[in-house]
Design a protein around this ligand. Structure first.
Ligand code: SF4
Ligand code: SF4
Length: 477
């Protein structure tokens, strides 16, 4: 067999610069507790180019979606300042507990289903951490520092090298841009423009949020990096429970690859060994620094870089692709996988039921929510002549897309005087307004309690009659 011996083998896996321990405890931690910096070699194969296209489409969506409007509202806005969540033109408020709960359940079940079917496809293809890291920050790093070997050489050299300082300056600008895109999802583009137009002195809070988010982005993409996936992300922690033996994973075919051996041995000794030539290209390209040949690991983000790296090696030694490939644990073991399993049947049923309930409730929401509360402090006052005055607080939540004018009226209150300073009550779209009213009754009319109804009419088809009990002197007992 004629085969190609790799010309210059990459540096050993454990070469991590002077003063660091040779072994490792975690994929990114040396034995002496120091950080093992990951300098992955780019494996620019077919999967990489597919991910590149997906990544840039996603980046375009991350940037563009905050500008997209549906029915005059942002398509997506997780407005944390005003505690409102707008999703394709429908605004959810903190009082929409059931709707929000159903929405979260639908999202979680969809993630569970996708993970059961396709493993960590989200991590490798869609997560903003991976997308920005691997397709924005890492390529720029290669531009300044060179390939893996040059980066490791710079690490060994240490100190402040001018091109690394320049790279950090570029990363700082990028972090600022990414931070602004991120904030646009939470405060809206209009508010973001306003913050940016004002001087820091005029708007110190907004300035602090932008500066803090930029700093967090810089720390994440410059220093924390793969640690986000390896130690911080909760999704990585729960994937063991979400995956099963038939889920799609990136895996090494040990039946075909083992026993592994160096290519020279194959040529000279003609031993019956597997297809893996132990070149470690799959390890050097891994952004979380793991060896896929050790089996499925929590640190694997299914980025497919090891597939591309290994397929390139297979091309050189004239072996078929797929020593590392998308497959399932079951298929590797038995040669047969199973798509239909209990969980992939139950999850879609649950998604349809819960999503259906969510859709029905969202489209049948009342146009307004009226809440009546007693006045703060004493529930009523009694004047010297025996006149009783109840203080009533009325809160109206306008759920429509336009300002509404709510006419208020009192029912079952014959002979009582009704003082409502704001009647009709103007409430802007998607806002809540609270007003205070007073109900005066002649001496002796209310002994202890008196049931009334507060009638609310927006003139656009919404009416509500909210019961309320006025209190009198007898209620003290
Ligand atoms: S890239 Fe392929 S051949 Fe090289 S070590 Fe990894 S699995 Fe073996
Ligand atoms: S093992 Fe392969 S798929 Fe998993 S993170 Fe490393 S390079 Fe990516």
């Amino acid at each position: 067999m004629s085969a190609v011996v790799p010309e210059s083998p990459p540096p050993p896996l454990h070469d991590n610069g002077p003063g660091t321990a040779p072994g490792r405890v975690l994929s990114t931690l040396n034995e002496d507790g120091t950080r093992r910096w990951v300098r992955p070699e780019l494996a620019a194969g077919p999967f990489y180019y597919r991910r590149l296209v997906v990544a840039w489409l996603l980046i375009a969506s991350f940037v563009g979606l905050p500008f997209l409007r549906v029915g005059g509202k942002p398509a997506f806005l997780f407005d944390v300042l005003h505690r409102r969540f707008t999703f394709f033109g429908a605004t959810f408020l903190p009082t929409d507990t059931v709707l929000l709960m159903l929405l979260m359940l639908t999202i979680f079940l969809t993630i569970f289903l996708l993970t059961a079917l396709f493993g960590r496809v989200w991590c490798g293809w869609g997560c903003p951490q991976t997308v920005y890291m691997e397709f924005v920050f890492r390529p720029i790093e290669r531009l300044f520092d060179g390939n893996r070997q040059k980066q490791l050489a710079l690490d060994r050299k240490g100190g402040w090298q001018p091109k690394r300082i320049l790279k950090f300056a570029v990363f700082a600008v990028l972090s600022f841009l990414v931070a602004n895109v991120f904030l646009a999802w939470f405060i809206g583009v209009e508010e973001l423009w306003r913050w940016m137009a004002l001087s820091p002195v005029e708007h110190p809070a907004g300035f602090a949020i932008v500066a803090g988010t930029t700093a967090l982005m810089f720390i994440d993409f410059v220093w924390f990096r793969e640690q986000m996936c390896v130690v911080a992300c909760p999704y990585a922690r729960i994937q063991a429970a979400l995956l099963d033996k038939n889920s799609l994973i990136v895996a090494y075919d040990s039946t075909r690859g083992e026993p592994r051996g160096k290519l020279q041995r194959v040529k000279t000794e003609d031993l019956a060994i597997g297809d893996c030539i132990d070149c470690k290209a799959c390890v050097y390209t891994c952004p979380t620094n793991i060896d896929i040949r050790e089996g499925l690991q929590m640190e694997c983000i299914s980025c497919t870089q090891c597939i591309d790296a290994c397929d390139a090696v297979m091309d050189k030694i004239h072996k078929p692709h797929g020593l590392i490939r998308y497959t399932s644990q079951e298929k590797l073991l038995t040669g047969k996988g199973k798509v239909l399993r209990v969980r992939v049947v139950l999850y879609p049923i649950a998604i349809v039921l819960i999503g259906g309930a969510l859709g029905w409730l969202a489209t049948h929401r009342v146009a307004a929510e009226v809440t009546v509360l007693r006045g703060i402090g004493a529930p009523f006052t009694e004047a010297a002549d025996g006149t009783v005055t109840n203080q009533v607080r009325l809160k109206i939540q306008n759920r429509t897309d336009a300002t509404r004018s709510y006419a208020l009226a009192l029912r079952q209150a014959a002979g009582m005087k009704w003082i409502a300073p704001e009647n009709p009550l103007q409430v802007p779209a998607d806002h809540a307004v609270t007003t205070t009213m007073f109900v005066e009754s002649q001496p002796g009319v209310i002994q202890s309690e008196w049931p009334i109804e507060i009638h609310v009419d927006d003139g656009n088809g919404f009416t509500a009659d909210v019961p309320f009990r006025l209190l009198g002197p007898g209620a003290k007992k």
